[in-house]
Ligand binder design. Structure first.
Ligand SMILES: C[S@@+](CC[C@H](N)C(=O)[O-])C[C@H]1O[C@@H](n2cnc3c(N)ncnc32)[C@H](O)[C@@H]1O
Length: 256
């Protein structure tokens, strides 16, 4: 049993169990440790680019107050419906806004846990967004940050026969392959950690998310979902596997 398994098991009783998939299992395991550490508190959570509430709604079901800031009115409408269906509409606050302008939307030092998943790779400039995440946190508060991994994108393009795109991704300083790329940038673990450190956060943990999931034939991934989630959790914290993941999850803290 891994450390992530032990934390998850001991927290499970308090937690409205979210679906554990290769996209979410490792992140929930890390968040579960923080929720367990703060078990007596109702947390103020901010989910920047939280979309339709895949993390926000389970956190509200666990009793916390969650504000989702997202640029998309459609995503926020889906979030609001999902929160109502889950019976937690009173604990989920949807705010349409730009992560690039977060400082004007959230009072400094008011948040216990900030989530920023799959957003820093699409904003205009990740540096002020990371600074705004840190500024929103109370001293001692934690940040859960998920970014696109560069190495997985290079390998994925190469394995699909797009060697020119793989070479461009590997060479580009920002890890993006020009104007047709859907993302503005990708990160390796150290680049992402440096971004958070410059923002004033202390990086406590880095895990890979989807080390294997995108590499396997669908028959294997769909045929053995439980085994895949377990293997993802085993590999998530171990370089070099971690560093080849499609996404990198960083857990960081604003020092008390
Ligand atoms: C890939 S989705 C991720 C959703 C969710 N965080 C997750 O991990 O499932 C990216 C989300 O970020 C939002 N988004 C993109 N750019 C943004 C920006 N500049 N400010 C706020 N939200 C943004 C999109 O509307 C979308 O809901």
């Amino acid at each position: 049993m891994t450390r992530l398994d032990r934390v998850e098991q001991s927290t499970r009783s308090r937690f409205a169990e979210p679906p554990l998939t290769p996209r979410t299992a490792v992140i929930w395991s890390v968040l579960a440790a923080e929720l367990q550490r703060r078990a007596d508190d109702t947390l103020t959570v901010l989910d920047v680019g939280g979309g339709t509430g895949g993390f926000a709604v389970p956190l509200a079901q666990a009793g916390h107050r969650v504000t989702v800031v997202d640029a998309s009115p459609d995503a926020l409408a889906a979030l609001t419906r999902r929160a109502a269906e889950a019976g937690v509409a009173d604990r989920v606050h949807a705010v349409q806004g730009d992560g690039d302008a977060l400082t004007g939307l959230v009072e400094p030092a008011t948040v216990d846990l900030v989530l920023c998943h799959a957003v820093l790779e699409v904003v205009d400039d990740p540096t002020p967004v990371a600074t705004a995440l840190a500024t929103a946190l109370r001293p001692g508060g934690a940040a859960s940050v998920l970014v696109a991994g560069r190495a997985a994108a290079v390998l994925g393009r190469a394995m699909n026969g797009h060697l020119d795109v793989a070479a461009a991704l590997a060479a580009a300083p920002d890890g993006a392959a020009g104007p047709r790329d859907t993302l503005r940038r990708r990160f390796d673990a150290e680049e992402a950690a440096a971004l958070l450190r410059v923002a004033g956060l202390t990086v406590e943990e880095i895990h890979g998310v989807r080390v294997l999931a995108d590499l396997l034939p669908a028959t294997v991934a769909d045929g053995q979902p439980g085994a895949l989630v377990e293997l993802e959790k085993v590999l998530a914290g171990r370089p070099p596997y971690r560093d080849l993941a499609a996404q990198l999850h960083l857990f960081a803290r604003r020092q008390a």
